[in-house]
Design a protein around this ligand. Structure first.
Ligand SMILES: Nc1ncnc2c1ncn2[C@@H]1O[C@H](COP(=O)(O)OP(=O)(O)O)[C@@H](O)[C@H]1O
Ligand SMILES: [Mg+2]
Length: 318
């Protein structure tokens, strides 16, 4: 006998918006919407780039399932709007969402908690452009006290958008400029050689992990979203002790930011020390049927529909 839906509230699946991750968000949103229909929920897909407040009121939405990635959907802004409107929503709250989206602030919190992260520095766009506009001046690059290669990334983006690998100091200036086209702060981080592991968290527990093996230079946008370009290995091919420590660090990172519901923590296992360095916590990870969190859930015995229902259950408990 099948159980009925755990809420009769009308669910808006919020997707789209104007972030650079709009397309992926729509793919996640439609997969979630389809699952909600299969599970018998009263659900409606909503593109947040339209007049969102009026749409939510007109549709009489009482619960929002967030399928947003990047920008205002993931940085706490939509979460704040939903709080004001009195609409419950899935996943992390305003503060945790804002912290997780900000790679500078979240890394400072991880350091405070003694969690491992790659060495990094932050460059402000204002400082960089003042130097560039000075007469005859080439931009003065910041002093970086860790060795090449470096990873240059915008502080508040996702899907590897604006991320560059810098192997030669000569490439730094253009990598920084690319990152500044996406935001006011750029992070320059030490490249961590070794395996990349993503850990899924659900309801303050570790679901499991996946090893991500891209065939391209790194796990960039193309490697993330073109089928066949990356191999996903579950469970990761690392020794048990390293896997346990990656899971432990991932759960602590999720908790340090005060995250709720489901999240996916990206880590690099440094090849000599086996230390799991946290790259970031994703509070609204990809939710297409082939995305990593659903893959991890499946290996833990949860179907896509089970995962969707569990995320709703956790949101209703808050
Ligand atoms: N310090 C690093 N060392 C090695 N690879 C990195 C590092 N930082 C980022 N990368 C690579 O770039 C990808 C995207 O970086 P990430 O920090 O997770 O940003 P995004 O929010 O865009 O996913 C990672 O999945 C990884 O493959
Ligand atoms: Mg990432």
């Amino acid at each position: 006998m099948t159980k009925g839906p755990i809420t009769t509230r009308k669910i808006g699946v919020l997707m789209g918006g104007e972030s650079s991750e709009r397309d992926i968000s729509i793919r996640s949103g439609l997969a979630i919407y389809q699952s909600l229909q299969e599970l018998g929920y009263n659900a409606v897909p909503i593109d947040i780039s339209k007049d969102i407040v009026n749409t939510l009121k007109k549709e009489k939405i009482k619960f929002a399932f967030l399928a947003l990635h990047g920008g205002i959907g993931e940085n706490g802004a939509i979460q704040g709007m939903l709080e004001v409107l009195g609409i419950s929503y899935t996943g992390s709250g305003v503060l945790a969402s804002a912290l997780a989206m900000d790679k500078e602030v979240s890394k400072k919190i991880f350091i405070y908690h003694g969690l491992p992260v790659a060495p990094f520095i932050i460059v402000q766009r204002s400082a960089f452009s003042v130097q560039r506009s000075a007469k005859n001046a080439e931009p003065q690059l910041p002093a970086i006290d860790f060795p090449l290669p470096w990873v240059v990334k915008p502080v508040e983006e996702g899907s590897s958008i604006g991320v560059s690998m810098v192997k030669d100091e000569k490439e730094l200036s253009s990598a920084i400029k690319k990152a500044f086209s996406l935001g006011k702060r750029t992070m320059i981080e030490k490249f961590i050689p070794g395996k990349e592991i993503h850990i899924g968290i659900l309801g303050q527990k570790v679901l499991g992990g996946v090893e991500v093996r891209p065939s391209l230079e790194f796990y960039n946008y193309e490697a993330k979203y073109t089928s066949g370009l990356t191999d996903y290995i579950i469970p990761p091919e690392i020794d048990d002790t390293t896997y346990e420590s990656a899971k432990d660090v991932a759960l602590k990172a999720h908790m340090a930011l005060g995250c709720s519901g489901a999240s996916r923590v990206d880590l690099r296992i440094e090849e000599n020390s086996n230390i799991p360095n946290i790259l970031e916590v994703n509070t609204l990870p990809g939710m297409t049927t082939t995305s990593l969190l659903p893959k991890i859930a499946k290996s833990a015995g949860l179907s896509f529909n089970n995962l969707i229902e569990e995320i709703i259950r956790l949101a209703l408990k808050e």
